[in-house]
Design a binder for this molecule. Structure first.
Ligand code: BGC
Length: 448
């Protein structure tokens, strides 16, 4: 293995609350927008929902034991806002908070570093009733929620993230409507984006007053490449695509300014935010989390919305079940880009993985997933290359520990290193889990 990885590097897996926990209303929890979305016909493939998911809520000890068996020294999970505050604000539900206290204690007892994300898309439905991410008050609601969780867990959680992939929240939830709450409006997407950034900034400020550990933001980045012989129109469209997906959140959060291309992306829907408000979006953070899955090669296309591009399929490339091209070199490129553009902040790869069709268990119950092994091998090597070239990368979390509810795709896309039989809920480590465990063990021994 690449010797560039420091000895104290964090090797983990990532999950999120609604995707794995199940029992979404147990012990006094309030419903989330995903609870509602799942009950709206046609929103989730096959009528699937997170009602049971991986039943992690009730199998937390078993799952932490599995992580220990694999030799993970980090685990990235998210906290369901509505378990802690059933109405999104006000009354605290001690039982909901207690679940995360137990999870964190189990992790620490197993020698696994907890990495907690405060928002991974499951907004309390009660807050959606008040406008959700469209209501400016959400920045305060989020900071208050963060305060409750941090007071309970900061003594045991060394790494916090405010929001997971704000771009997906605004684009999937408010622009294209494929994720909860399912709206389709460029105006709303621009407003939601701004309030996500305000919530992040308020949250970090609130954290500094009470927290003593580290806090950062998790973004998804997908490099936008040009085809050979790109035209001027392709170049222009590429810069819009890059601004919209890759810089819309990081530039304001770090520099206090939106990319100059955004008014062209949103057109008349772009709000003219006052400078003082945009400046206030930048607050010092301790690290950036990168969720990296793929790149895209784009050509200009006036039918693209909101960005006038179309992705070009690459001959000879491997594509995952979600239609994403395997392109590990772009992970190195992205880490180096973040390192250089955003002032050398410490970086964590907070998600990286692939959905592939896993053939039914072979005779001995083993699940062979050679493409996922290949994906992990090549992407981990790509992280090593970025470190060797100067990026300060401190950890890597594979997405995902378990097969789980892949949002609107339901259970049809399997990203897990561990197979889950959704009828019996039995967990079976795939070959990729075994490979990852061996790689971590070799690294710990200092071998190559
Ligand atoms: C999200 C995960 C999701 C994964 C694969 C990321 O965008 O954070 O929740 O399951 O990608 O689509």
């Amino acid at each position: 293995m690449n010797s560039a990885f420091p000895r104290d590097f964090l090797w983990g897996c990532a999950t999120s609350a609604y995707q794995i926990e199940g029992s979404p209303l147990a012990d006094g929890a309030g419903p989330s927008i995903w609870q509602r979305f799942a009950r709206t016909p046609g929103r989730i493939s096959n009528g699937d929902s997170g009602d049971v998911a991986c039943d992690h809520y009730r199998r937390v000890r078993e799952d932490v034991a599995l992580m220990r068996e694999l030799g993970l020294n980090a685990y990235r999970f998210s906290i369901a806002w509505g378990r802690v505050l059933p109405d999104g604000r006000g009354r605290i539900n001690a039982a909901g908070l207690g679940f995360y206290e137990r999870l964190v204690d189990e992790l620490l007892a197993a020698g696994i570093t907890p990495m907690a994300t405060l928002y991974h898309w499951d907004l309390p439905a009660a807050l959606d009733d008040r406008g959700g991410w469209l209501n400016p008050d959400i920045a305060h609601w989020f900071a208050d929620y963060l305060g409750v969780v941090v007071k309970a867990l900061d003594d045991r959680v060394p790494l916090w993230a405010t929001i997971n992939e704000p771009w997906v929240v605004a684009d999937g939830g408010y622009m294209h409507g494929v994720l909860a709450p399912g709206h389709r409006s460029a105006e709303e997407a621009a407003i939601a984006a701004h309030h996500l950034l305000r919530a992040h900034a308020h949250g970090v400020r609130a954290y500094r007053a009470i927290g003593r550990q580290q806090i950062g933001l998790v973004v998804n980045i997908e490099p936008k490449h040009l085809p050979p012989n790109a035209s001027d129109a392709d170049r222009r469209a590429q810069s819009l695509a890059d601004a919209y997906m890759n810089r819309q959140y990081l530039d304001p959060a770090i520099f206090g300014r939106y990319p100059e291309e955004l008014p062209a992306v949103f057109g008349a829907s772009w709000p003219d935010w006052p400078d003082s408000e945009v400046d206030a979006l930048a607050v010092p953070i301790d690290f950036l989390g990168l969720n990296y899955y793929t790149r895209s090669v784009n050509a200009a296309d006036p039918l693209g919305w909101p960005v006038p591009v179309r992705a070009l399929r690459q001959a000879g490339a491997i594509y995952t079940e979600t239609g994403w091209e395997l392109h590990p070199r772009s992970l190195t490129e992205t880490l180096l880009w973040m390192h250089e553009r955003y002032g050398g902040l410490p970086l964590y790869v907070t998600e990286n993985g692939a959905a592939f069709y896993d053939p039914p268990c072979a005779i001995d119950g083993a699940i062979d997933d050679p493409l996922r092994v290949h994906y992990l091998q090549t992407h981990i090597a790509a992280v090593g290359d970025a470190i060797a070239r100067g990026a300060d990368v401190r950890g890597y979390c594979a997405w995902s520990l378990l097969d789980n509810l892949e949002w609107a795709h339901g259970f049809s896309k399997r990203f897990g290193l561990v197979h889950v039989n959704f009828e019996t809920l039995q967990r079976t480590p795939k070959a990729s889990a075994r490979w990852y465990a061996q790689m971590i063990a070799r690294h710990r021994k200092g071998g190559s």
